[in-house]
Ligand binder design. Structure first.
Ligand code: FEO
Ligand code: CA
Ligand code: CA
Ligand code: CA
Length: 517
């Protein structure tokens, strides 16, 4: 292809739908972020590229109202504006570490504390006179939706004999609907109340490290592993069986050409699958079909008894298909993937980017990012093309991509998740602690990850979320010091200087050269 003009060049890169203002911003984007010599780092600190600065917003244990505190292990973040200077922030609290929050002994009292610290928080923030985001203490909007909150199943569904579940947990990443509600994803639910297959009556508690079932045996595995929709102003929540049950990492929404809502979700487990739900509506998730990806054939396979009648041999009704979506997917021949985590959609091309973190059992230690282009650029289309956008590893200088976010210029921001037990050990030695990276869309470093931040010891960055004007990046610092075995000698003391605390920070990115030129 001949590229004669700047406009042709941008078209070639996939920016054909950008307006003229944005064009001029992008075309002057020839200067690039300079790599920072301190990265990678193994220091116990949140270290930023020199053009960035941060403020703490809130940490685990901080009061949000008279009766509730901010939960543990903050993860996914999204925001809903009340006005230009105030917003409601949703923050996931994925799991707890009993050593820090309650006590290793398994008692009902300790479990009750733990239940109150997972799920999510709604917090009211305002942009103050010092040009910083801060919590509005005791705001009417501040509330928890936690492991002990009663939550109904959507569509009046009854799951294992109950129309409600006790609590939400394992809340990893999520999404935001076109009608401005938050979606929070229940990921490793088997760590709380166990798991069983469709043909089993006995529950296996093999992976239930916190053993909550001992005190709450009525909370069965089938009540967890769903996508939960939360209203920002009221905290009203519902669990959507329509989106299937598995270790949901994210629930990324986009409108298809016809206007209906499509939700992409990955199942973060070795050799599990990539899903999309196509709603029949543009304003709710009440009706629709869940599909699973056959990557080789480039086809979306319907997890639907009528459209895939072979499922009738294994499942007695559609709710069972959705409840045991992993089993149904394998029957249809879905492609096993290397831990599909976050999913983001390119703001102008509409391509779907899927982080595949790793799959050590298959020799994939550094992961990759898969790019899916739906046929006819329609997210409701049932066929697609795919290719690898980038491989993690030493050449990329980035390993184990997990959470992602696109800025308004199409730069992809990526956080990494090298597990706490692997950081600093072969084959991860060279990468130091987990980091935040930008993969520029243009300029001489286009397509090449550049590190912008390094996390404290044992931590990972999660939940990257931009403000509307792209001047601030909200970011979770999750599980600093998670390898601690003795509170007297924690592996990290960030950010208190004493014990580690999961914390949400606001990073000022307005001076980042790439963003500003
Ligand atoms: Fe909770 Fe898949 O990270
Ligand atoms: Ca994650
Ligand atoms: Ca994301
Ligand atoms: Ca992860």
């Amino acid at each position: 292809m001949d590229i004669n003009t700047r406009r042709d060049f941008l078209k070639f890169l996939g920016y054909s739908t950008l307006g003229l203002t944005q064009l001029s911003t992008l075309t002057s984007c020839s200067s690039t972020v300079l790599p920072f010599s301190k990265f990678p780092s193994s220091d116990d600190d949140l270290i930023l590229h020199p053009s960035l600065s941060y403020d703490k917003i809130i940490s685990w244990g901080d009061a949000i109202n008279e009766s509730e505190v901010f939960g543990f292990n903050n993860d996914y973040i999204n925001i809903e504006y009340l006005n230009t200077k105030e917003l409601i922030m949703w923050v996931n609290h994925e799991y707890i570490n009993p050593l820090f929050v309650s006590g290793l002994e398994r008692t009902k009292e300790n479990v009750d504390i733990e239940k109150s610290l997972v799920g999510g928080s709604l917090i009211h923030l305002k942009f103050n006179d010092k040009n910083k985001w801060e919590l509005v203490p005791n705001s009417e909007f501040n509330r928890g939706v936690r492991g002990d909150t009663t939550i109904p199943f959507a569509n009046n569904m009854s799951v294992k004999g109950s129309k409600t579940a006790e609590g939400t947990l394992g809340n990893c990443a999520g999404g935001k609907t076109p009608w401005n509600t938050f979606l929070t994803c229940e990921e490793n639910y088997d760590g709380f109340y166990g798991e069983r297959k469709s043909n089993e009556t006995q529950i296996s508690y093999k992976r239930s490290r916190v053993e909550w079932h001992k005190f709450y045996p009525k909370n069965v595995p089938e009540h967890y592993g769903w996508v939960v929709e939360v209203e920002p102003k009221t905290g009203k929540a519902q669990k959507h069986t329509n989106l299937g049950r598995f270790a949901h990492e994210s629930a990324t929404c986009i409108q298809a050409k016809s206007g209906v809502t499509v939700v992409y979700s990955g199942d973060d487990k070795n050799d599990e699958h990539l899903y999309k739900f196509v709603s029949k509506s543009n304003s709710n998730l009440k009706n629709g079909i869940l599909y699973v990806a056959d990557i080789k054939a480039g086809k979306w396979l319907p997890l639907d008894l009528d459209q895939s009648p072979t499922l009738k041999k294994h499942f007695k009704n559609q709710l069972d298909v959705l409840t045991y979506a992993r089993e149904a997917s394998k029957i249809l021949g879905a492609t096993p993937l290397n831990r599909p985590e976050d999913i983001e959609i390119h703001p102008t091309t509409g391509d779907v980017y899927v982080a595949l973190t790793n799959n050590k059992k298959r020799g994939d230690f550094h992961g990759s990012i898969l790019k899916i282009s739906e046929n006819e650029s329609d997210h409701a289309n049932l066929s697609f093309q795919s290719r690898t956008f980038i491989f993690g590893g030493e050449a990329a200088g980035m390993s184990c991509p997990d959470n992602m976010a696109f800025d308004n210029q199409g730069n992809l921001w990526v956080t990494t998740d090298i597990s706490g037990s692997s950081i600093g050990k072969s084959p991860y030695t060279k990468f130091g602690n987990n980091g935040l990276f930008i993969i520029p869309a243009t300029g001489k470093n286009a397509g090449r990850p550049i590190q912008l931040a390094s996390a404290p010891i044992d931590a990972e960055f999660t939940g990257p979320c931009f403000t509307k004007d792209f001047s601030t990046l909200f970011l979770s610092v999750q599980h600093p010091g998670e390898m601690t075995r003795d509170l007297k000698s924690p592996t990290s003391t960030w950010p208190t200087g004493k014990i580690p605390k999961p914390t949400v920070v606001a990073i000022d990115i307005s001076k980042l050269e790439l963003m500003n030129v």
